[in-house]
Design a protein around this ligand. Structure first.
Ligand code: M1P
Length: 254
């Protein structure tokens, strides 16, 4: 049974949303129509976001009050999590991998990127996070236009895919998953710490249905596992306007 915390919601279902490409364009602010649609939806049922990014970036996109505007706030695939604004216990990537192994990984990646001949490089090639490491060959300091240009370049030259393969070949026993979820980077985390991790954190509520909305639902995309998980009803969206359309059709039309 769904707990008293959600007694005010007539529909005992949960809608979970990916962030980049689903609630907003990559690394950009969600539009007012999206935020209004989500708040209307929240009057009916329980809502949450599940993003690969860390909470700082997601809050820039969904608003500084994001952990209160959503019933569940899952950043870093749910490794950092809030329910009704209160933090849930988190797990740590560095505890899983250990300092020595992480150092070897960083050494390899930074040498590899140093030798990489791509049109431009910026800064922050590895971002260390609570539940994962994020690796970017161009660097996370790239501007919006530089991101767009890199994404096109990468599509043609497979820069990220080749680096991921090199990591798989060189660190086969590390138990790590490499997930290309955004425009300029990929995430590195232990097997199973993909977005399905967030599902474990809502299991106690026994929702009648869990709907998931995401744009990277194809195999290899970072929404694939949660989209295909038997615990969810998956909705593949093309862009944020598509999300609004489907939400209105499914839940707000009467
Ligand atoms: O949410 C999808 C991805 O968003 C960012 O990717 P990029 O900077 O490459 O567009 C990152 O925060 C990444 O961790 C995340 O999975």
């Amino acid at each position: 049974m769904v707990s008293a915390a959600f007694a005010s919601r007539p529909v005992k279902k949960l809608c979970l949303f990916d962030v980049d490409g689903t609630l907003s364009l990559a690394r950009q602010e969600a539009l007012p129509e999206m935020l209004a649609t989500l708040q209307a939806l929240r009057q009916k049922l329980v809502i949450g976001f599940v993003g690969g990014s860390d909470l700082t970036k997601i809050s820039e996109q969904l608003g500084s009050n994001a952990i209160h505007d959503f019933d569940y706030a899952f950043s870093e695939n749910g490794l950092t999590a809030f329910k009704l604004g209160e933090p849930l216990p988190s797990q740590s990537f560095i505890d899983f991998i250990g300092e020595e192994r992480y150092k070897s990984l960083v050494k390899f990646i930074l040498h590899y990127i140093a030798d990489l001949d791509i049109p431009i490089k910026r800064g922050t090639f590895i971002e260390f996070r609570k539940g994962m490491a994020n690796v970017s060959p161009i660097g996370r300091n790239a501007t919006i236009q530089e991101r767009i240009d890199f994404e096109k370049y990468d599509l043609k030259h497979g820069i990220r895919a080749t680096l991921v393969q090199a990591l798989k070949d060189n660190f086969p026993d590390y138990g790590l998953t490499y997930s290309i979820g955004g425009q300029i980077s990929f995430d590195v985390f232990p097997h199973g710490w993909d977005k399905t991790f967030a599902l474990g954190r809502v299991a106690d509520e026994e929702f009648e249905e869990i709907h998931f909305f995401g744009d990277k639902t194809y195999k290899g995309g970072n929404d694939y596992e949660i989209f295909t998980d038997p615990r969810t009803i998956g909705h593949a969206v093309k862009h944020p306007e598509d999300t609004i359309r489907i939400v209105k059709e499914l839940f707000l039309s009467n």
